[in-house]
Design a protein. Sequence first.
Length: 198
Amino acid sequence: MLPSRVTLASHNRGKWAEFARLLQPLGVAVDFLEDAEGDIVDEVGTTYLENARLKAMDVARRLGVWALGDDSGLEVDALDGAPGIHSARFVSDDPWVNTREILLRLTAVAWPGRTARMVAVLVLAAPDGRWYWAEGQVAGHILTYPRGYGGFGVDPIFSADGRRSLAECSDAEKDAISHRGIACRRLFGGHAIPGSER
């Protein structure tokens, strides 16, 4: 039986607000991890799953709560799948600098070659070592310039429908198609995958 309350393994309030919105319809409340409750472990894994599991397991064990960890990234085909798991720190800790770098590297790439996908892996960990995971992906294209003011990260340059960026979508529109939305519905909608290690 999965819990109805989890603690997000992140100090990012924007990410917490998104997960709280995504999980509310699924009957799950999301607690924010205050700075005083400790640092988030470094993402030293080589896959989204490893990084999400590291964060969730650490918070679950330290605080004795069900914890939700996530790792996500943008995979651009013309860049051989980069930035991938390095999306948050591709060339900088500043999301706008990373976004600009992606656009610069794709300057000479025509629309058909600007295919990409956004990937999210979520891990739900219990204090006793049990854990479950799910993945969500959304395919699309990288736009030629940033559009819209919503969302965060690469949302202004990623389009799932070829017309609007995710940053131009309403919260409800984005939640219905986003990689995190898909992963949340899989994790708490009966399609969670049990972890194979304790």
